[in-house]
Write a protein that binds this ligand. Structure first.
Ligand SMILES: Nc1nc2c(ncn2[C@@H]2O[C@H](COP(=O)(O)OP(=O)(O)OP(=O)(O)O)[C@@H](O)[C@H]2O)c(=O)[nH]1
Ligand SMILES: [Mg+2]
Length: 220
């Protein structure tokens, strides 16, 4: 099975709490994945690499993704020639140092609405910068999401920027500590949206998750 690159469609960008509430209430059995992480860690770049070029907007200026962007993506089963579609959410980055208090509060409210109303069929992909793992705002975020009981994977992105073997193994050596401390983290991946490292494994993990949920639907 594979994600049909280029078949991912932008559905809408949501920037008000009311709009987000309405959308999530109307789609109460959503099955899909959400990308979330500090600003500038490469969420939009990863989305483009995994789902097809230019799906999401990539920026050199942190904080460009100001809305919850909703996409649909297709998973194709080449053997049975079937295609199924799922939702993809690009959620605004957390941990901005340089935005107004009001803007930060608005983001927090959007996040609250998203996590309160999204179903447990959402896989959370938390993106972090491989050079700066577990920053304060990442820890605050994990403390916040643990009560929502969502399956969570962490992607340490920009591994291409870890130049020495020692830097790479330093990060890998922290894996047991991370699994121990953050029990809701079920998988850790090391990726480069730019060079492609780790992306096939992430694609497989996404497909396995959404398929597991859609197969279960048949038993209801
Ligand atoms: N070297 C390298 N650069 C990357 C990688 N992924 C993203 N970038 C760069 O990092 C910058 C930010 O990328 P975005 O994808 O816009 O980051 P974002 O997390 O979506 O940012 P916000 O929307 O502001 O939250 C861009 O200049 C990207 O080209 C990577 O794996 N390696
Ligand atoms: Mg973005």
């Amino acid at each position: 099975m594979n994600i049909q690159k280029g078949k991912t469609e932008f559905l809408m960008g949501i920037d008000t709490i009311e709009q987000l509430q309405t959308w999530l209430n109307e789609h109460s059995f959503i099955n899909g994945i959400a990308f979330i992480g500090r600003s500038n860690v490469g969420k939009s770049s990863l989305i483009n690499s995994l789902f097809g070029k230019s799906t999401a907007r990539v920026s050199k200026t942190p904080g460009r993704t100001r809305q919850v962007n909703i996409f649909s993506f297709n998973v194709e089963n080449r053997e049975t020639k079937t295609v199924e579609s799922f939702y993809l959410f690009d959620v605004p980055g957390y941990g901005h140092a340089d935005v107004s208090k009001e803007m930060a509060q608005n983001w927090q409210k959007l996040l609250d609405t998203f996590f309160q109303l999204c179903s447990e069929k959402i896989l959370l992909l938390n993106i972090q910068d491989a050079r700066h793992p577990l920053q304060d705002s990442d820890l605050v975020f994990h403390d916040y999401i643990k009560s929502f009981d969502l399956e969570t994977y962490v992607l340490f992105n920009k591994v291409d920027k870890l130049k020495t073997q020692s830097d790479r193994s330093k990060l890998r050596n922290r894996m047991p500590e991370i699994y121990q401390k953050f029990k809701w983290i079920k998988q850790i991946h090391f990726t480069s949206a730019e060079k492609g490292d780790g992306l096939p494994a992430v694609e497989l993990a996404i497909i396995n998750f959404v398929k597991r949920n859609s197969d279960m639907k048949g038993f209801l």
